[in-house]
Ligand binder design. Structure first.
Ligand code: COA
Length: 625
């Protein structure tokens, strides 16, 4: 299906910036072209909403100061000029935001992708505890991904909907056969899915050793599970030694250091070929070494850490190529999941792929394959010079510091799931977000800037905007909850009001009317066009509003899993959740180096907040709101 555009493209599509450069023909294109362009919200509306968003976050004095700056911004004509510039950009481009977002949020971001950018997913523990089981499951998983790939290639993926509106499906075309590549100032993403001869191999890593595994027969049919299993056994058998240099650990470093090391690494022809093979591969499968056993209570948090960073240079961190868009991780003890490089896609398409794979792995295997002799998977060789060895050592040290610094707690809240809020005619997502506000307020006695991802996929090439969960209404509620002077009915009314306000902001955000990306757009345009930066972007209030102590996201899945990611500020939390019908899977992360934060503590407060709100609602007559 993709072949005809591919003919003119011998090279991979390199996304130094636009996601839009990967163009696809056919039904997909017709669907995409039917999607609206992302609008530029009216200037006055964003400025008013910005002032409102600041209310619960800054003092009255700071607020008054910012109000003056905002008025100057509008009256001086600077705001209008930037607005016009954005509108022109909106007319010229498929999406005025997505290239900027890809660059500023990902490709120009210099912190390691590990913990700071790449999310992990913890899948349910599988029912095996030995090598046979591990390889069998990995083989099925590989076949499941290939089955999904066929749907992508045939444009057979059902279009997704949010709030009754069809969504942009572009991200599905970015996640296979792609890889991030480090650059001195800015990284890029290469995508090999539409080249003349698209890759037919995956990468398998075991004991820090990389292998190229061809997963298609010469007639284009995928290998069967039995065949893949046999190939994985061969890989396992030839990578028993554990004394290999963990070359993949280089990808965990600060992007500037990695870019330098990368140039040095690929000077050698063999190394360059091996790196290209990894980059081109459809995806990576990491066969992890067993990890130390922990109690059932700690198990999921331990697996989350394994997914996010591999647990350190002694364990599985060298068993990764963190630049690879998709890395599925299967360990001998039945733990499994994935880590993905965030630049090409948001969480929901990744999780939709996982849902498909998990269902696929449950299917009985019907076809017994003819056991034709397949060639030995090719081992990818690396020549390690003293300089490369030195780079690996430095990367190991930095990684181990990150590993020790990540504080992660994964837990299941089993008091209720989406069912209870729905029964109360409340949005489950807004319910959880307001409860999180309560948890934070109880811990710190104040509100903080809170980020929740909102999908912009109703628009062509849409990525995300920010739902600002901290509102005047959420603050009123959290202040009232433990106030003995307040009646329960008043608390409930304030809670419902806060939930409605959150849902209203959500609707605004998903329809392209939130404030964050609009402000970012004006700021970036000012950098490109103006002599000096407008004062509203240099203001303390702006810094406070952008310092997201709570960075959160709902990533819903059919599978009983949870996504996890690190905090975005040194003194913050990363909170991700998957609300199931009658329970909610949560992951909470923080940094150990910050004395004020503690993931388990926030998790505890969050559980309490959810229970307290439920009790409050259950023990009072229905409100009129
Ligand atoms: N009464 C009864 N039911 C309600 C309700 C109400 N007042 N409000 C919502 N519901 C129902 C919905 O119909 C939905 O039902 P379903 O389970 O049958 O689908 C369910 O409750 C969930 O709705 P809600 O909790 O409001 O969330 P949502 O599905 O609208 O999602 C966001 C909200 C913000 C998560 C979503 O809009 C979004 O943007 N998702 C993408 C986020 C993203 O990209 N994250 C990844 C970043 S890496």
């Amino acid at each position: 299906m993709l072949a005809f555009i591919a003919k003119s493209m011998a090279k991979p599509v390199r996304l130094v910036k636009p996601v839009s450069s990967v163009k696809l023909p056919g039904r997909y294109l017709t669907h995409q072209e039917g999607l609206p362009h992302l609008p530029v919200p009216p200037l006055q509306q964003t400025l008013e909403r910005y002032m409102l968003a600041l209310k619960p976050l800054v003092s009255q004095e700071e607020w008054n100061h910012t109000k003056q700056l905002v008025e100057d911004f509008r009256e001086s004509g600077v705001g209008e000029r930037l607005q016009k510039g954005l509108e022109r950009r909106g007319k010229k481009m498929e999406n005025w935001l997505s290239d900027w977002w890809l660059q500023t949020a990902y490709l120009e971001y210099r912190l390691p992708v590990v913990v700071h950018s790449s999310p992990g997913v913890v899948l349910p523990k599988q029912d095996f505890a030995d090598r046979q089981g591990q390889l069998r499951f990995a083989a099925k998983l590989i076949e499941g991904v290939l089955d999904f790939k066929t749907m992508i290639d045939n444009e057979a993926l059902p279009v997704e909907y949010l709030g009754g509106k069809p969504l942009c499906m572009n991200q599905y075309y970015q996640i296979l056969s792609s890889c991030r590549v480090p650059g001195a100032k800015r990284d890029s993403v290469v995508n090999y899915s539409q080249v003349k001869k698209p890759p037919t191999h995956i990468t398998v890593v075991h004991n820090f050793q990389f292998f190229e595994l061809d997963v298609y027969n010469s007639d284009g049919t995928p290998l069967t599970v039995d065949q893949i299993f046999t190939q994985l056994e061969k890989i396992w058998g030839t990578s028993l030694q554990t004394n290999k240099e963990p070359i993949g650990i280089l990808t965990s470093n600060h992007r500037n250091s990695w870019a330098k090391a990368y140039n040095n690494l690929i000077k050698d022809k063999t190394n360059k070929e091996s790196v290209r093979t990894i980059q081109k591969s459809i995806f990576t499968v990491c066969l992890d070494a067993p990890m130390p056993r922990v109690s059932d209570e700690l198990y999921k948090s331990r697996v989350a850490a394994q997914m996010l960073h591999g647990a350190g240079s002694r364990w599985n961190s060298g068993n990764r190529w963190f630049d690879k868009t998709l890395q599925f991780i299967v360990a001998e003890d039945g733990s499994c999941g994935l880590v993905y490089e965030h630049a090409p896609s948001e969480g929901p398409p990744i999780v939709a792929l996982l849902d498909h794979i998990v269902e696929y792995t449950k299917k009985p295997e019907l076809i017994r394959s003819p056991m034709t002799l397949l060639p030995m998977p090719k081992k990818l060789r690396f020549n390690i010079t003293p300089e490369i060895k030195n780079d690996i050592e430095k990367a190991k040290q930095n990684l181990n510091i990150m590993v020790h610094d990540l504080d992660i707690k994964v837990f299941v809240f089993d008091g209720f799931g989406k069912d209870f809020p729905k029964k109360e005619q409340l949005s489950p997502d807004a319910f959880i977000q307001v409860a999180l506000q309560l948890a934070y307020y109880r811990m710190y006695g104040q509100a903080c800037a809170t980020y929740e991802s909102a999908s912009l996929r109703m628009f062509r090439l849409g990525r995300t905007d920010t739902i600002r969960s901290t509102s005047v209404d959420s603050l009123h509620f959290v202040q009232s909850m433990d106030d003995p002077g307040k009646q329960n009915q008043e608390k409930i009314d304030l809670f419902r009001k806060a939930v409605y306000a959150h849902r209203l902001y959500t609707d605004m955000a998903i329809s392209g009317k939130a404030i964050d990306r609009h402000l970012l757009g004006m700021k970036l345009l000012a950098i490109e066009d103006l002599v000096s930066m407008p004062e509203i972007f240099m203001d303390t209030s702006y810094a406070v509003a952008m310092h997201f102590n709570l960075s959160t996201s709902q990533v819903p899945a059919k599978t009983d899993c949870v996504m996890c990611f690190g905090p975005v500020v040194p003194d913050g939390y990363g909170v991700c959740y998957n609300p199931m019908e009658s329970h909610i899977n949560f992951s909470v992360s923080a940094f150990n180096s910050c004395a004020e934060t503690n993931a388990a503590r926030l998790a505890h407060y969050l559980e309490r907040a959810l229970c307290d709100v439920q009790q409050l609602i259950q023990h009072s007559p229905k409100s009129k709101l």
